[in-house]
Design a protein around this ligand. Sequence first.
Ligand code: SF4
Ligand code: SF4
Length: 367
Amino acid sequence: MDFYSPRRSLQQGHWFKLICGASFQHLPAIRTLALVYALAGADCIDVAADPAIVSTAREALAIANQLSDEAHDRGYNPSLPWLMVSLNDGEDPHFRKAEFDPAICPPNCSRPCEAVCPAEAINRTGVIDDRCYGCGRCVPICPIEQIATRSYVYAPEVISPMLLQAGIDAIEIHTQVGRTEDFRRLWNAIAPWVDRLKLVAISCPDGDDLIDYLWSLYELMQPLPCELIWQTDGRPMSGDIGDGATRACVKLGEKVLATEIPGYIQLAGGTNRHTVPKLEALGMLHNRRRTSVSRWVSGIAYGSYARSLLLPVLNQLEAMEMMPLNCRSTVTPRTIETVPDLLWQAVELAAPLVGQIKSPERFLQVI
Ligand code: SF4
Ligand code: SF4
């Protein structure tokens, strides 16, 4: 069982993180995703820094814990995942929402925005705010260029005590090269609470002087009383677009891996079913057969790809929510654990992705 503890997963190079989305606020979907991936063996569930979302995710993890014996009996290896929230130190594509005025749409528009949205967040009323996670794919596709995005930055002095008192295990800070002073401001607000955390992750895309920048952050955070992950953010929110999306995150992982910077390295941004086989082919993973590797990628975070795997289940559950159970009720909220067949079907969909990094014998297998 210890094999699947989150800290052990990091140390041994088989850490799996589910990214629900720094801007994604659709509570029923977050609840289902967290529960299903916890049962499938995820080590960490990463959610938006919002107390209602944290509370929903905690509830899902408590249910996963209650169902862990059954999951074992069914051949899965559930963990007790760490709960992470994401913050930003400045403008960042992960922290934005799309918006447009549906009244302006020409009646004959073929609605490409709706078709391209991976979150099914667009309908005749415009953008459903809770569901939009800011991927930006709808923006360039609108023929009348009316879709805009609005970004937001968390005020750390407000958010950090509230969230850290809520008992989260980990935080992730999204930053970009050159934002040392913004990062310092955010860090100073969080620092008094850091000794309550098990993990701090720093997510950064590539850029000139990336390595120097990461070193400056490392020094700024010392002494750090918990684990540290560098999340190499290849091509944000793109893992579900296609097989090639994984190239950028692997390349960035290679770049950071070549340094001596202390901390674990975990990929994100374009991760999908091709990421583990690609890393294995390049000798970037630690496994029992390849003992000569001295430094390796410790884990992978999956966002849009992991969510897309469960989209049919999420839709099915939502359709059930709309069905009256008896003649006196019009809408009956359904949670996935009340539909056991659907729950275990969902775990079966999620488990092969988790298994790619967890099971050395499956490293070369593309699911
Ligand atoms: S395409 Fe992306 S940015 Fe546009 S509404 Fe959908 S989730 Fe939001
Ligand atoms: S593509 Fe643009 S004009 Fe067409 S429905 Fe979407 S927002 Fe409206």
